[in-house]
Each structure stands twice: as structure tokens, then as C-alpha cells.
Design a binder for this molecule. Structure first.
Ligand SMILES: Cc1cc2nc3c(=O)[nH]c(=O)nc-3n(C[C@H](O)[C@H](O)[C@H](O)COP(=O)(O)OP(=O)(O)OC[C@H]3O[C@@H](n4cnc5c(N)ncnc54)[C@H](O)[C@@H]3O)c2cc1C
Length: 400
């Protein structure tokens, strides 16, 4: 063991949804000497980015100082991990130092690969391209969508892994609802590009969303992705089953391709031959099968579920229990069940609350309300008002 200043009993990589909540849960379980590595000065509640772009929340309520969410008793290391060396129980940081651990929980989320779509990076500097997948750009998206009164708007969902993939669609429905209310919807051509064969991929949810798509007159391009942005000309190239199509736009809301962080991809933590580069884990215990003191959590873990914050509420519970048990010399006994949720805001006052597991089966939280997924206003209140409060006050503090 190296000196105590650079060694910790539990090291958490990433101070986002997963990292902060699991550190808080471990503190509540009495675990001491936890350090959390996080380079950002600010912590974001990302699900509200969709509401910002959709015009139903201010950007300022989605962010808090990172210091304010670090659980009491957890040591914050303000740096970025640049490499992980599981054979040495160590990580390297971007300030040149090394930290060793007894156990490490890897939760650095996904990286946004903007440059994988040629022209997209340049497009983001242009006046008509935005993205609600970045805090700064969500407010830009909001203004662009609010001010559009005619023309073509293109919304994109990337192929490959994505954080709450369905969230790509959320501001679109809200904007359509707004345009309908202001009487301009008929003058706006709305195109949604999705990589899946249907709008989402689960029949019951598809049926709910298709009703809104029909009502708003949205043109859905399934099995498709944007492969080029020409911001100077205001056009995108969409690759789909019928070949490539060049489409002019007045506003483009682009969700970037996403992947595991590069330093993780090049480490020995992913499954050999797994091109995604996510942390290999037992999808139920969240423990690494080859390195028993490595645990994977959240968007960066190679679990089978849809990547989302709702999954983390269950994962952090399981992982904290299992790490605490192993630290006491027991076997990990808790199991994650693959639960995920995607609340589709299909208007500015209703939500399709899609809860499902890693087989695509519906998985309602309230068993006696199996049709909870159908469009309703109660879920809107939950998504817009209740969950943000629960996140800041109960989830990040390890209470739920
Ligand atoms: C626009 C948007 C809308 C969403 N909507 C919903 C929704 O409605 N419902 C839902 O359930 N989920 C939603 N999600 C998904 C949800 O936000 C994520 O699933 C969740 O935040 C993942 O948590 P995480 O801890 O794995 O990653 P994150 O919360 O992304 O946190 C990762 C943290 O790791 C840090 N990090 C990165 N690299 C390093 C490094 N090298 N060293 C140290 N730290 C590092 C980052 O700075 C970040 O703070 C949405 C996501 C987005 C982007």
C-alpha cells in the first residue's frame, strides 16, 4: 500500500449521477476513506436539459456547484483520470499523480463524439445548430425552437450507445406542442431521424409515441442516421434504408454519437473483443469478472439495460450493498434487475413514462398501475417537478 494521501479504501471515478449517489450510499452504509475523482466544477441534472430545449425549464436550475453535491466525508479529487491500471490497483490522473485503491467504482459516463459526424463541430458554431445534450447548447436550442415560425427542423438520434437514447426526441414533441399552440405548426416541416426500426423499439411505447408523431405531422426517418452536416449550406445528409438523402434545414438539433471514454476503451477493463470499450461487469452484481475489486456503474458499464438515470437508482443500491458486503468479507448478494426508464415528454404537459427491463419487457414501478406508460399528466408532474427535487435531495444524498 502506498502512503495514505494517495491511497483510498474506495475510489469512485466520476462525480455524475452514478458516482455521487453511490459514494453517498456507501457513506450511509458506514464505509470510510472514500475518494471521488471528478474534474468538473459543476454538476448537472441532465434529464432537465430536454425541458430546457423544449422551453419548460430554465438552464440555471439544471446545474449546481460540484462541491455542493459531494457527500460529507467523501474526499473530492479535482482531476481527471487518464488511465486505469487494475493489476496495480491504481489510476493515473491528468495532474501527473497516481492514486491507489482497495476497490474502485468506475462511473465516468459517456463521451460525446461530436467530430464523428463531419461538419457537426463547425455547425455548432453556426446560428442554426444546437443540441440539448450539452448544458450550454440546450439554451441555444430553446431559443431556436421558440423563434421558428416556418421552415424545416431536423432532430437527430445517433446510432450506437447513447445516454437515455429516447431523450433525443423529447424537445421535439414539446416544440411541436408549442408551435401548434401558436398556430405555426402547419408551416414547419419536422423531421426526426432515428437509428431504430421503429420510433423506440418497444411495441406498447411505439404505439403511444406514434399517436403524437401522427398528430404533430412529424416525418419519421427510421433505420437512419445523419452522416454529414453542411452548416454553411444549412443541409444534412441522412443515411437510411433508401440510400443517402440531402435535406435542407432551418434549425438542426443534433444529438452526438456517444461512446465509452477513450482512456477506458484502451484499458484492460472492457471485455476482450468488445468494440464499445465499456467496463465489463457481471450485469447483476456489477462486479468485474476478472478484477474482483473493480466495479462498473451507470452509462460506462457494459450492462444490458438502456443507459439512463432511472437505472442508476437501482444500480447504486445494489452496488453499494455489494461493495459494503465485500469490504466486510462477505459475497455480493444483491442483484440489479435491468430496470430502465425513459420519460418521453410528448407535449408540454404530458409524458409517456416508458419503464422496461433489459429484455424490452415493460416493467412498471407501480405494479397495480400497469398502464402507467400511457400518455398522462401525472407523469409530466413527476418528470418536470418531482424527480428533479428527488434527484438533488434524495438520490445524490444516497437516500433513494
Ligand atoms: C440530454 C439528456 C437527457 C437525459 N434524460 C434522461 C431522463 O429523462 N431520464 C433518465 O433516467 N436519464 C436521462 N438521461 C441519462 C442520465 O443523465 C445518465 O444516464 C446518467 O447521468 C448517467 O450517470 P453516470 O454517472 O453514468 O454518468 P454522468 O452522470 O454523465 O457522470 C459522469 C461523470 O464522470 C465525469 N468524468 C468523465 N470523465 C472523467 C475522467 N476521466 N475522470 C474523472 N471523472 C470523469 C464527468 O465529468 C461526469 O461528471 C439523460 C441524459 C442526457 C444527456
Amino acid at each position: 500500500m502506498s502512503d495514505s494521501a494517495t491511497h483510498h479504501r474506495v475510489l469512485v471515478i466520476g462525480g455524475g449521477n452514478g458516482g455521487v449517489s453511490v459514494a453517498a450510499r456507501l457513506r450511509r452504509a458506514g464505509v470510510t476513506d472514500i475518494a471521488l475523482v471528478e474534474p468538473r466544477e459543476h454538476h448537472y441534472y441532465q434529464p432537465l436539459f430536454s425541458h430546457v430545449a423544449g422551453g419548460t425549464a430554465r438552464a440555471s436550475i439544471t446545474v449546481r456547484p460540484q462541491q455542493a453535491v459531494i457527500p460529507r466525508g467523501v474526499h473530492w479529487i479535482r482531476a481527471a483520470v487518464t488511465g486505469i491500471h487494475p493489476d496495480d490497483n491504481a489510476v493515473s490522473l491528468d495532474d501527473g499523480s497516481r492514486v491507489t485503491y482497495d476497490h474502485v467504482i468506475v462511473s465516468p459516463g459517456l463521451q460525446n463524439d461530436w467530430s464523428r459526424i463531419p461538419g457537426l463541430v463547425e455547425g455548432l458554431d453556426s446560428p442554426t445548430v444546437a443540441s440539448h445534450y450539452e448544458h450550454a447548447l440546450a439554451a441555444k436550442a430553446s431559443l431556436l425552437l421558440r423563434d421558428l415560425t416556418s421552415g424545416t427542423v431536423v432532430f437527430t438520434e445517433p446510432a450506437g450507445p447513447a445516454s437515455c437514447a429516447g431523450a433525443a426526441q423529447k424537445p421535439m414533441y414539446q416544440a411541436c406542442d408549442y408551435w401548434r399552440a401558436t398556430g405555426v405548426l402547419d408551416d414547419i416541416r419536422v423531421v426526426m431521424v432515428v437509428p431504430t426500426d421503429t420510433v423506440f423499439g418497444i411495441p406498447a411505447i411505439d404505439r403511444e409515441l406514434e399517436r403524437s408523431i401522427d398528430a404533430y405531422g412529424i416525418e419519421l426517418r427510421t433505420g437512419s442516421e445523419v452522416i454529414n452536416v453542411d452548416a454553411a449550406a444549412g443541409a444534412v445528409v441522412i443515411s437510411g434504408p433508401g440510400g443517402d438523402e440531402r435535406l435542407s434545414y432551418d434549425v438542426l438539433n443534433a444529438v452526438p454519437p456517444q461512446s465509452a471514454p477513450d482512456w477506458l476503451k484502451t484499458s484492460t477493463l472492457p471485455h476482450e473483443g468488445d468494440g464499445g470499450g465499456f467496463v465489463e461487469v457481471d450485469p447483476e452484481t456489477l462486479r468485474h469478472p476478472r478484477y474482483p475489486n473493480v466495479w462498473g456503474l451507470g452509462d460506462a458499464a457494459a450492462t444490458r439495460n438502456s443507459k439512463c438515470g432511472g437505472a442508476l437508482r437501482k444500480q447504486t443500491f445494489v452496488l453499494a450493498k455489494n461493495v459494503a458486503a465485500v469490504l466486510r468479507g462477505h459475497e455480493p448478494a444483491h442483484r440489479y434487475d435491468g430496470y430502465a426508464v425513459c420519460p418521453f415528454t410528448v407535449s408540454r404537459s404530458s409524458v409517456v413514462w416508458a419503464e422496461f427491463d433489459d429484455t424490452g419487457a415493460l416493467k412498471p414501478t407501480i405494479p397495480f398501475l400497469p398502464t402507467m406508460y400511457r400518455e398522462n399528466r401525472l407523469s409530466w408532474i413527476a418528470d418536470r417537478y418531482v424527480l428533479p427535487w428527488v434527484y438533488w435531495n434524495l438520490i445524490l444524498t444516497g437516500r433513494v
